[in-house]
Design a protein around this ligand. Structure first.
Ligand code: AMP
Length: 363
């Protein structure tokens, strides 16, 4: 076990979006500096980090600079080139481990890994031709979700088969032969667990959140979830197993489907801080962002208990226009990402509304 990083050390963050921004804010609170690698100038993270290297994520001289200046490097999105993360890891500690990146970037590797770890998923088949797709659909009773193995996010690169369709047309429209067909799961709800593992192997979990998506984008995360204790325990146990198997350090977000009988199956995991964990910023003493910084810096993990029930709502596109109204709400914690251009489907901020707080009366 290495010594905790001393205050004043620099943390490298690959990726400059809102997650990088919130990591940089948490790092600053613990007296660490941050250096962000992100090609887009004036990115959300740069506005609060110490410095940005404006270069591609796999730019060799940028990676050299990151390794030379940083005591530890992390990342805020899962499509960081694995080769870049591995090259960096030769010179500086990179957390979460690049192996977690590699697994999470390919849905086939991810589901295979989860099953090998004893974590149930939807049934799945690798698909590379229209004939393989037909055969896999036949196995799954004509229904299923066809997904690109790589670079899918927010429901993009997916097609749901609910009945007979022109399979060749759908296959061609996917634009790649690196595909996976999953059985169509009749889930009752979607939940996620935000877990963290420290450099000393200690693990802590936040309470699961129930997630509602619209147009493939996370809309709300509600805590607590309305599920039996056994469901929560099963999701927590799977998250712990995943963290241990990957010798993981940092925050992970694991998404689960809850079936009508209360059992859970894993859908996917993100090796980073997760949108469905933003509520922790408002309803826990230590947020997922601080927790991640603590873990990668070798500090003790913080308290994951929630002090309030809450609902986190993403402010997507024009929703951000409500900010001035939200600012007047009691028990609403607003977070804006500093993005100058509002676009439909773009995450501009989020608000967490706290519930059931016993506050003294004013006056
Ligand atoms: P993903 O990109 O895998 O997170 O999928 C996006 C959304 O599609 C999920 O949040 C689910 O609502 C839905 N979905 C994904 N996979 C399946 C599946 N195998 N069965 C039913 N719904 C799914």
């Amino acid at each position: 076990m290495t010594e905790p990083l001393s205050p004043g050390s620099t943390i490298g963050i690959i990726g400059g979006g809102q997650l990088g921004r919130m990591l940089a804010m948490a790092a600053a609170r613990l007296s660490y500096h941050t250096l962000v690698l992100e090609p887009q100038a004036h990115c959300p993270a740069h506005q609060v980090a110490d410095r940005q290297i404006a270069a591609d994520y796999d730019n060799p001289s940028a990676l050299e600079e990151l390794a030379a200046e940083c005591a530890v490097v992390t990342y805020e999105f899962e499509n960081v080139p694995v080769a870049a993360a591995e090259a960096l890891a030769q010179k500086v500690s990179v957390f979460p481990p690049p192996a977690a990146l590699a697994v999470s970037q390919d849905r086939l590797a991810e589901k295979t890994f989860l099953n090998d770890a004893g974590i149930a998923t939807a049934p799945f088949r690798a698909v590379a031709t229209a004939d393989e797709l037909k055969a896999a659909l036949a196995e799954f009773g004509g229904q299923g979700v066809l997904k690109t193995r790589r670079f899918g996010y927010d429901g993009k690169g997916q097609h749901v088969f609910r009945g007979p369709e022109a399979v060749e047309t759908v296959f061609d429209a996917m634009g790649t032969d690196e595909l996976i067909l999953e059985g169509l799961v009749g889930f009752e709800r979607e939940i996620s667990v935000i877990g963290v593992r420290g450099r000393d192997g200690s693990i802590a979990l936040y309470d699961p959140a129930e997630n509602v998506h619209r147009d493939g984008i996370l809309r709300t995360s509600t805590v607590p979830v309305a599920t039996p204790a056994a469901t929560i325990e099963a999701a927590g146990a799977a998250t712990r197993r995943l963290l241990e198997r990957l010798d993981y350090v940092g925050i992970v977000g694991v998404e689960f489907f809850v079936l009508p009988d209360g059992s859970v199956i894993a859908n996917e995991f993100a090796p980073r801080v997760h949108n469905s964990g933003h509520w922790t910023e408002a309803a826990c003493a230590v947020s997922q962002f601080e927790q991640h910084i603590r873990a990668i810096c070798g500090l003790p993990l913080g308290d994951t208990r929630r002090h309030s029930d809450c609902v986190m709502e993403n402010l997507i596109g024009d929703d951000v226009d409500q900010a001035s109204v939200i600012l007047r709400e009691v028990d609403a914690v607003l977070h804006l990402y500093g993005k100058t251009e509002t676009r439909p489907g773009r995450k501009m901020g989020h608000v967490t509304r706290l519930k059931q707080r016993e506050l003294p009366r004013r006056g």
